[in-house]
Design a protein around this ligand. Structure first.
Ligand code: ADP
Length: 253
């Protein structure tokens, strides 16, 4: 039987259809209606998989919007789903770093993949996708451009972790004629610094898997790896790892 995992995140809703392997997936913007986003991602992923709805045994929901969808047969926390997905993709994983739209977390795993400990920042946008989106908006560039510009640029220090203060600081740097590349590199350094601070509070063992939307940016992957002194394993579709974990949990129920 087929299982589906749906991760209704703060920014993006991801769905994975699992039938022994991933047979379909979909990503839609969560927007203001997480319920609608969940339904849309579900239908799109089913269409991609070309699977009839009556073949599905479990639909497992995760992410901040998991309470909003009545079709879920089970609901599981993002911590459990990211750990499950990352361990499936790289069985040697002992640490998972996940950075999404509004939170970042570091999850420490036992050798069998069970959760040993975790730390999460969900009260403040510092070091998250929201922080990065605001900064890219001020620089008037895309997230990919921000990553590209940061490569080989000398980072200018950005002292504020708080998104609101950092915004003013970046506007001030632009006014002083500091190049966008240096500012972009400084912004990514700030994110890496934030993760380093979180990671210092749980046991950090290799292999470290990096998941979530920000793991799609090679500059961010590079800086975080360097600041942690670890080589990171980045899955092919890092943003789908939570939804995959949910689908895997569904397939084992
Ligand atoms: P959530 O589950 O909270 O919605 P995701 O793990 O889906 O979070 O990640 C969404 C975040 O990833 C958004 O804030 C988005 O800005 C960011 N993101 C997407 N693509 C990139 C990219 N290429 N570089 C950096 N950040 C990215």
């Amino acid at each position: 039987m087929v299982s589906v995992g749906i991760d209704i995140g703060s920014t993006a809703t991801k769905a994975v259809v699992f039938d022994g392997k991933i047979v379909g997936q979909s990503l839609v913007a969560t927007g203001w209606d997480p319920k609608e986003a969940g339904h849309k991602a579900f239908q799109e992923a089913l269409n991609n998989a070309d699977i009839a709805e009556n073949r599905i045994r479990h639909i497992v929901g995760t992410g901040y919007g998991r309470i909003s969808l009545p079709i879920f047969t089970n609901r599981v926390t993002e911590i459990t789903c990211h750990a499950r997905g990352a361990f499936h993709l790289h069985p040697g994983t002992r640490t998972v770093i996940d950075i999404g739209g509004q939170d970042c977390k570091v999850i420490s795993l036992n050798p069998d993949g069970s959760i040993a400990d975790f730390i999460m920042n969900d009260k403040c946008a510092a070091g998250t996708g929201r922080f990065l989106q605001v900064m890219a908006g001020i620089l008037d560039i895309t997230l990919d451009e921000l990553g590209t510009l940061a490569v080989e640029a000398e980072p200018v220090p950005i002292s504020s972790m708080c998104t609101v203060f950092a915004e003013s600081e970046v506007i001030g740097l632009l006014a002083r004629g500091i190049g966008k590349g240096s500012i972009a590199a400084g912004i990514i350094d700030t994110i890496a610094h934030r993760i380093q601070g979180l990671a210092g509070r749980v046991p950090l063992e290799e292999t470290v898997s990096f998941t979530g939307g920000l793991a799609q940016n090679s500059s961010i992957c590079g800086k975080i790896g360097t600041s942690l002194g670890a080589s990171l394993y980045v899955p092919q579709s890092p943003q789908f790892v939570g939804a995959l974990g949910a689908a895997l949990i569904g397939s084992e129920l």
